[in-house]
Design a protein around this ligand. Structure first.
Ligand SMILES: [Zn+2]
Length: 322
C-alpha cells in the first residue's frame, strides 16, 4: 500500500513541476507484452520496464500487471511523474478511455474503463488510445514522421494496423474506428477475414498471411523461411513475395488517393526483412501511380508505442493544465 501513497506524493510533485518539466510514463499493452517507460518532455527514455501479459489469467491479472510495471518504474525513479499514457490493443474511446472492442488476444478486455480504473489505482491522470495510434504519435514525434504533419502509419504484423494523422492530430472517428486499413477490401470476394468481410488487405499483407503463403510452398515453412529462400534465389518464393509486394502497393496507392498524406510509414514485424523487397515495392509504386508517393520504414521499432503513449499523455495533460 505504501507504493500507492508514494504515487500520490509523486503525482503532486509532478504537478508542482508544471507542464514544462514534467516526465510521464508511456505504456504499450499488447497480447504478448506490457512495456512501459518513463519519458522526459523531450522524448528521452529515462527508464524501461516490461512484463509478459498474463492473458491466461484474465482481465484483473492484466490490470494488476500494468500497475506492477508502473510500480517498478517508480521504484527506480524518484522524480515526479505527471501522467500515464496507455496505448492498448483494441478499439478505444479516447474521451472516456474505455475499450470499445478487443479480440481474445486480451481476454475480457472489451468494455474495460481503462482510464478510470488505472487513475484509481495509480492516483495519476491517465490517457488511453489504441496501440497503433500511439505508435503513429511516437513515429511522428521522434521517428520516421518527424518532418511530416500529414501521414499514415501502416503496421504489418500478425494483423495489419493503421493510423491516420492529419495536421499532427490523429483521426479517430466518432466510434474510434478510423484507420482500420487492414480491413480495406483489396480483392472483393477474396480470402475470408475474421472481421466478417472477404478479401481484406490483412489477408494478403500481414505476417499471418505470409506464413500461410509460405506453407503453401512447403508445409514446413513460415514467412521467415520464405524470406531466407528468397534471398537464396528460390523462384517460387520470389513469386509469392512479388504477389505480396503487389498487394501492398495496391493498398498504399488507395491510401494515397484517399488521404494524400505527405508520407506513409510502414512498421511491424514484416519490416525486419524489408531490405529484401523494399526496392521492388518502390518500383511497383512508381509504375502504378503518377502521384509522388513517399513511403518510409518506421524507425522506433518496439518502442514506438510507449513513446507515442507518452506523447499522448504530455499533450492531453498539458491541454488540461492550461
Ligand atoms: Zn477484414
Amino acid at each position: 500500500m505504501s507504493g500507492r501513497d508514494d504515487s500520490r506524493v509523486e503525482a503532486q510533485e509532478g504537478a508542482a513541476a508544471g507542464k514544462d518539466g514534467m516526465h510521464v510514463i508511456g505504456m504499450d499493452v499488447g497480447g504478448t507484452n506490457i512495456k512501459a517507460g518513463i519519458i522526459s518532455p523531450d522524448g528521452a527514455i529515462i527508464g524501461l520496464a516490461q512484463a509478459a501479459t498474463p492473458v491466461n489469467q484474465g482481465k484483473e491479472a492484466i490490470l494488476a500487471c500494468m500497475e506492477e510495471v508502473v510500480g517498478q518504474l517508480r521504484n527506480d525513479y524518484r522524480g515526479g511523474i505527471g501522467a500515464l499514457g496507455i496505448g492498448s490493443a483494441g478499439r478505444i474511446d479516447r474521451q472516456t478511455g474505455t475499450v470499445l472492442y478487443a479480440t481474445d488476444n486480451l481476454p475480457g478486455w472489451m468494455g474495460t474503463p481503462l482510464k478510470s480504473v488505472m487513475e484509481a489505482r495509480l492516483s495519476l491522470p491517465v490517457f488511453v488510445d489504441n496501440d497503433v495510434n500511439a505508435a503513429a504519435l511516437g513515429e511522428g514525434w521522434l521517428g520516421a514522421g518527424r518532418d511530416a504533419r500529414h501521414y499514415v502509419l501502416l503496421t504489418l504484423g500478425t494483423g495489419v494496423g493503421g493510423a491516420l494523422v492529419h495536421d499532427g492530430k490523429l483521426i479517430a472517428g466518432p466510434r474510434g474506428g478510423a484507420g482500420e486499413i487492414g480491413h480495406m477490401i483489396l480483392h472483393p470476394g477474396g480470402k475470408a477475414c475474421n472481421c466478417g468481410q472477404s478479401g481484406c488487405l490483412e489477408q494478403y499483407a500481414s505476417g499471418t498471411a505470409l506464413n500461410r503463403s509460405a506453407k503453401l510452398v512447403d508445409s514446413g515453412w513460415d514467412s521467415r523461411e520464405l524470406m531466407r529462400q528468397l534471398e537464396l534465389g528460390h523462384e517460387q518464393s520470389r513469386v509469392v513475395i512479388s504477389r505480396f509486394v503487389s498487394d501492398l502497393a495496391t493498398g498504399l496507392v488507395s491510401l494515397q488517393n484517399l488521404y494524400d498524406p505527405e508520407l506513409i510509414i510502414i512498421g511491424g514485424g514484416i519490416m525486419d526483412t524489408h531490405r529484401l523487397w523494399w526496392r521492388d515495392l518502390l518500383a511497383r509504386l512508381g509504375s502504378c501511380t503518377e502521384q509522388a508517393l513517399s513511403v518510409r520504414p518506421a524507425v522506433l521499432g518496439n518502442e514506438a508505442g510507449l513513446l507515442g503513449a507518452a506523447r499522448l499523455a504530455l499533450d492531453e495533460w498539458n491541454a488540461g493544465w492550461s
